[in-house]
Ligand binder design. Sequence first.
Ligand SMILES: [Zn+2]
Length: 381
Amino acid sequence: MELNNDEIRRYSRHLILPEVGLAGQKKICSTSVVCIGAGGLGSPIAMYLAAAGIGKIGIVDFDSVDFSNLQRQIIHGTDDVGRPKCESAKETLHRINPNVEVVLHNTALNSGNALDILAQYDIVVDGTDNFPTRYLTNDACVLLKKPNVYGSIFRFEGQASVFAPHLNGPCYRCLYPEPPPPGMVPSCAEGGVLGVLPGIIGCIQATEILKLALGKGSSLVGRLLLFNALEMKFRELRLRPDPQCPLCGENPTITKLIDYQQFCGIVPETAAAANPDEVTVQEMKRALDDPKLGIKVIDVREPDEYQIAHVSGVPLLPLSILPQRFPELDPNQQIYIHCKSGGRSMKALHLLRGHGFKYLKSVKGGINAWSDEIDHNVPKY
Ligand SMILES: [Zn+2]
């Protein structure tokens, strides 16, 4: 491949770097990368890769742009709310660099399509926000012998690495053999995230991709970089491949893709609907409208969240201090518990049940479902 005069001007600051040069820029331009997720991490990754001239960028995302994304997902703008993230991302990337081929995979990555999609690219970058997709991405990369440029973020902290057993490094399973129990690790939607944090971690991932394309520098293979934005500190952990790893170890037991929802303990939606510990927001409304039913409704979110949105008449008993406030509740009364989306209320239910409370229900979907289905005036966050 040759660079035309426009491309020589566009990439001139790369071309004059001795570590890149014309030969290096040609390597970048002939490299293909697939980005799993066009969200917080995917935004800076894809934008910088497009600007740098990566030849082909694949975007895997089935979601649409929501107002709550705009605080950090800078590949999308206010006008894009409601549009598929894939399309919005492609427009932004082509505005930055029309020479880049952008391939859209407007689908959820799953065990049925992952190998086919990832096989079309040289490098895979993990911009996911959930454990099933993270393990799926890892396993598919190991099976395909593709480097997996990993990043994750939560609140003020992030981490990054490059998983590549074929380059003598560990894989994600060597580091985390088992997923956490469902609901144990809060997501960014539950716990929040500083908007600029994915910018920092995503840029580290983009840097690692360009180094892999160039074959230059010391990559994050075998190293886990930890970042704390509040302290403004980077730390580094040495990672070694685990010989017992079920995927990349000496005697692998995982030789093909598995059911990752099941592996991560996530109950399918249809089964969850039949969960006897749950009630709907409609049932919560009935309990509030008719005091004769004798059902108490409580909110176990934190005070900051209560200030953002609450259902009037529902007292706040934050999960974090619930154990100290048992005496305020009657163990023989029927209690409906709600939180933001249904995770913490289920934790509170199990906590109270362990202390002798008999008639407990968790409100499915929490206050966000209330906002969707009962009262649009209650803001969603
Ligand atoms: Zn491994």
